[in-house]
Design a protein around this ligand. Structure first.
Ligand code: HSE
Length: 401
């Protein structure tokens, strides 16, 4: 089976490497040999073993009837969207790691694949190398999915882990994550939580069977987290994780992405470095956790190649991805409730005590100019209203219940 790779960056070049490293077992499982015929990229790759396969015109790939599968690892919406649509319309399956495109146009591309008897597969778009899309499609089909909560971004988990364990500075660890090939081309997508937001939107859409629009998901990143937050976290016996969470509600879904204080008893607390984990709660199964490397060249490429193998096994498509067009109502964060750690300037202690029923003041010897406290379980709307009345608020982190 001949395939083409669109975009020869971290993941694209990883696909060629995985196919070469595991060629024999992949052929056995696919039932035929899988060969890269073209690589589409704007650049040349002199010295690369596949340099002769590089082309600059998508039509060479689209017009070649030998190409059955296109691996789209370009990232971003365009031209990936147009190229994917054109490939599907010609009956060529598309396997992608592009979460932005899947979150934006997943339902439409899945429907197009079905119409043309081919596949639109996206195992690599969530959790890097962790199998999560196929289990949701194939294994958890008897479950009503009640909640999904996960660490869905490798870069930010790597940053938070090193900030906590080595006292490292945010910028230094981000640089190291970029060097390791974990971060997005524009790392703002990682650190501001946008990448995790798209991933929880994809998982929620699969659970709901209709699109959960990522634009409606409340999203906060980790750029405001500093060493001092880890000091408070230690006092509370917790760690800080960027969590993406969604749950079914009476008339729709609630979803959010934000840094949370996570207690040591929670399995997500021990997910460190570039690892990701996804806790799926089903109504009869209870909790089920998926764990593995959430970013990086080979783990992510392995997930794309597993989709290619699926295409080889079922060359006329399977139509089994349960995500139809139409959207699900996403509730506003205002009604969500929980406890938070709030940091305030010392001079505002009296005012803070009047506004919140503070049971215990947390002080750090290293920072006498401020204090912290944990709120009762309160609605987001009420927390915001009270915080607006306090002038010396230094920070707030939600606590995972
Ligand atoms: N930048 C992403 C991450 C890559 O760090 O998780 C994998 O989607």
């Amino acid at each position: 089976m001949y395939i083409a790779i669109l975009g020869y960056g971290t993941v694209g070049s990883g696909i060629a490497r995985v196919l070469e490293m595991n060629s024999e077992c992949i052929s056995q499982r696919a039932g035929e040999k899988i060969e890269v015929k073209y690589i589409l990229d704007l650049r040349e790759f002199p010295g690369d073993p596949l340099e002769k396969k590089v082309v600059h015109d998508i039509n060479i790939i689209l017009d070649d009837p030998q190409i059955q599968v296109v691996c789209e690892t370009m990232g971003g919406n365009e031209p990936a969207y147009t190229y994917s649509k054109e490939a599907l319309k010609r009956g060529k399956s598309v396997c992608t790691s592009n979460k932005e495109l899947v979150a934006n146009h997943g339902a439409e591309l899945i429907a197009l694949a079905k119409e043309h008897y081919c596949h639109y597969l996206f195992e690599a778009s969530v959790g890097g190398g962790i199998p999560i899309i196929r289990p949701l499609n194939d294994a958890l089909t008897a479950e009503k999915i009640v909640e999904i909560t996960g660490i869905l971004n490798g870069t930010t988990n790597y940053i938070l882990t090193h900030m906590q364990t080595d006292g490292a500075a945010f910028e230094d660890v981000l640089k190291s994550a970029q060097e390791k090939g974990y971060a997005e081309r524009n790392p703002e997508a990682d650190v501001e939580g946008y990448d995790a937001c798209r991933k929880i939107a994809i998982l929620s859409s699969m659970a709901a069977g209709k699109t959960v629009d990522f634009r409606q998901i409340y999203t906060e990143g980790i750029t405001k987290i500093g060493q001092i937050d880890f000091e408070y976290a230690r006092k509370l016996g917790k760690t800080i994780k960027l969590l993406a969470t969604s749950r079914e509600e009476k008339d729709g879904y609630f979803a959010m992405v934000a840094p949370f204080l996570v207690g040591e008893e929670n399995p997500l607390a021990s997910v460190n470095g570039v690892f990701n984990a996804i806790l799926v709660e089903g109504n009869t199964l209870g909790e089920c956790m998926f764990y593995g490397k959430g970013a990086g060249k080979l783990p992510t490429a392995s997930a794309v190649v597993s989709d290619v193998v699926e295409c080889a096994r079922y060359p006329r498509g399977s139509g089994k991805v349960f995500w139809k067009e139409g959207s699900v109502k996403v509730s506003s964060i205002d009604e969500a409730s929980g406890r938070s750690l709030i940091r305030v300037k010392s001079e505002d202690e009296k005012q803070a005590k009047e506004l919140f029923e503070i049971k215990e003041i947390l002080r750090l010897d290293t920072h006498p100019e401020e204090f912290g406290f944990v709120t009762e379980k309160m609605k987001e709307r009420d927390v915001k209203e009270k915080l607006d009345k306090l002038s010396g608020v230094l920070g707030r982190i939600r606590i995972k219940s």
